[in-house]
Design a protein around this ligand. Sequence first.
Ligand code: NAD
Length: 364
Amino acid sequence: MTPDSALQLQKLGYDCIIESGAGVAAGFADADYEAAGVAVAKTAAALWKDADIIAKVRPPTDTEVKRLNGDKTLISFFYPASNEALMEAASQKGASVIAMDMVPRISRAQKMDALSSMANIAGYRAVIEAGNNFGRFFTGQITAAGKVPPAKVLVVGAGVAGLAAIGTSTSLGAITYAFDVRPEVAEQVESMGAQFVYLDFEEEQADGSSSGGYASVSSPEFREAQLAKFRELAPEVDIVITTALIPNREAPELWTEDMVKAMKPGSVIIDLAAERGGNCKLTVKDEKIVTENGVTIVGYTDFPSRMATQSSTLYATNIRHLMTDLTPEKDGVAVHDMEDDVIRGATIAHKSEITFPPPPPKVQ
Ligand code: NAD
């Protein structure tokens, strides 16, 4: 919740409470919330006791699950497929649980799609982080002190985070290349001023692509063609940003040790797939390392938290939109309409039943 989103929630008929200090890291003081009509609870325990609907970022802790009951609704990231015991425990408490990571990715739900809003921030921040670890300009310059070549950036994976990274990189003036197994993104990549990397592969570049807009595992032949292209690019590029993910799997390993060795000293790799094992063989999760040949590899998994004001603002807006859909009468009463594709899709526990996985959405 931000002070601004609290004003909107009040228009939906809700009273708002915030845990004291919850907004400080994002630049929002308790006084800012109080000025927006929000009550400040001294402790998290007091807040959990008072609130009917609790919104947070991370999945609940065991202590928090114990505080749930049949009158409460919890809204947070949850990753139910990998947190089954937690989901079971929350469901046994009778609470309704809405997982922000399960909001269906259909047009109507875009305004509540926190995965996308956070991926957008991560992609932007990855480029900023790369620049911070790179000793040269992004843009080429001709100055009295000499001619500077533009930096070359390769973005692997052009989903939401990748496209944000591409946009940021081109706007800083770098020559930007991008690759994805889904050929349909080539046009988007090119419209952003980057060059799409095509493979010398006999079939269309569709092999590793599509299941409902997401990637699936590539065939060995396709993978070999992809790695051969990357080997060719490795000595050329200064910055590599990897974002390649396949739903419900470990991240594919795409930037191998020999590619890292072939890169110039001072080059930078930002591995946005670090949380799921990394796209680069040498990535260390949550750490920044420098290899013997002088390549910096960043495996941070908290890029949105490194831009806390932006991520809190966007996440609060996502939550506020969800609350709007949950409150059709604007009367401060949340209605879990399980006939609604979006609410059904995101609800993982309701009335003591586990409601995950959901049926496929009816509308696209
Ligand atoms: P993601 O985070 O699951 O994956 C990131 C990217 O990695 C994807 O583009 C994927 O194709 C790519 N990738 C996987 N394996 C790869 C490999 N071996 N080499 C190179 N790239 C590889 O994806 P995402 O960013 O969450 O989004 C994926 C799709 O979902 C996109 O089509 C996006 O436009 C769509 N989407 C739709 C909506 C909506 O509401 N309609 C919202 C968000 C995303």
